[in-house]
Design a protein around this ligand. Sequence first.
Ligand code: PLP
Length: 361
Amino acid sequence: MKHSFSITRSTNPKQKPNPDKLVFGETFTDHMFIMDYSKDKGWHDGRIVPYGPISLEPAAAVFQYAIEMFEGMKAYRTDTGKVQLFRPDMNIKRTNNTNDRICVPRIDPDLMLDAIKAIVDFDRDWIPDRPGTSLYIRPFIIADEPYLGVHPAKHFLFIIILSPVGSYYGVGGGSNQLPATKIYVEDKYARTAVGGTGAAKIGANYVISLKAQEEAAEKGYDQVLWLDSAEKKYVQEIGTSNAFFVINNEVITAPLDDGTILPGITRDSCLALLRKWGIPCSERPLTIEAVYQAAEDGTLNEVFASGTAAVISPVGEICWKGKKIPVKTGPIAQRLYDELTGIQTGKIPDTMGWTVEVEKI
Ligand SMILES: *Cc1c(COP(=O)(O)O)cnc(C)c1O
C-alpha cells in the first residue's frame, strides 16, 4: 500500500450481529475512514476512527443543496479465509465520473483503493462468512462547507462506512433460490432525464424516487420499473438496479449513451459473462410495449434486475397501467447469479481478473 493512514481504535467494540439474521445496511462496524478535502491541501488527512456521529455546521452544503455522492461495493470472505473485493477499479472510476458531474474534486484512484483496503482490513473480523453474506462498503462524499450561496463547494469529507449484510431482499443468506419480485411500471413520476444526473451515483437521485417506490409498495409491489421521462415509453432501471429483459433468447438492457442509466458494475459484469458464454445480448432501447407484446407472444423468457446489493433479482410479475403479466424465472438469471457470487466468494476461479485481495496488514 502506497498511502498510510492514522488510526484511532474504538475503546468499546460492539457485539457482532447474528450472521443468520443480517438486515441490509442496519448495523455498522466499529470503525470508519474519513478524509478531508480543502482547496489548498487537496484530499488529505486520511484516518481510521471509531464509527460514530460526525459534527457538521447546519449550513453545510450537503444539508442545503444535497452536494453528496456515494458508492456501493462489497468485500467477500472466501472459503480459505481470504478477503476480496469485486472490481473496485470500476467503483473508483465511477466515483470520479460522479464527482465531475456534481463539481466534487476527483480522488486519486490509488488513494481511494488504499483507503478501502485499509478500512476493510482493519474491520475484517466483521466480514460474515455464511453463504449469501458479505461486508457492504459505502464510500461517500459530502460538502461540509457552511454557506448558503448556490455554487460548488471547496471543502468536502470523504467517508467509508461498512455494514455486514445478508441478502438484500431479506430472505436470509444461505438460500440459493432467488426470490421473484413484483414490479410496478412507473408512468407518472420521473427519476432522470436526458441531460440530468441519471448516470451519477448521488443521493439526490434517490430522494426523488421515494414517492414512486412508496406508492408502488402500497399497491403491493417490491420495486418500480422506470421508463424514460420524455415519452414514458422505454424501459430504464428497476428501483436502484439495472434491468435486463430476455426476449426470444436475446438478453436486452438499456444503453448507457444518453446518460440516463446508472452504469452498474453488475450490469457490466453480466454483459461480459453473457458475451463470454456466447449468449446473444444487446444494449439497446426497448419499449415497455415490446415487453408486453413478447409476454403475449410467449417470447418473454425472463426479466431480472442487477446490482451490488441484490446481485441478480428475478422478476415474477410486472404491472403497467393496471395490466399485470406473469414472468417466469429462468436459467439466465440463475446462471449469472451463481457465476457472479461464485467468483466473488472465490468458489469459482476468477478468469476475468475481477477480484482484488485485501491483504492482512
Ligand atoms: C448503484 C446503482 C445501480 C447498480 O450498480 P452496481 O454497480 O451494479 O451496484 C443501478 N442503478 C442505480 C440507480 C444505482 O444507483
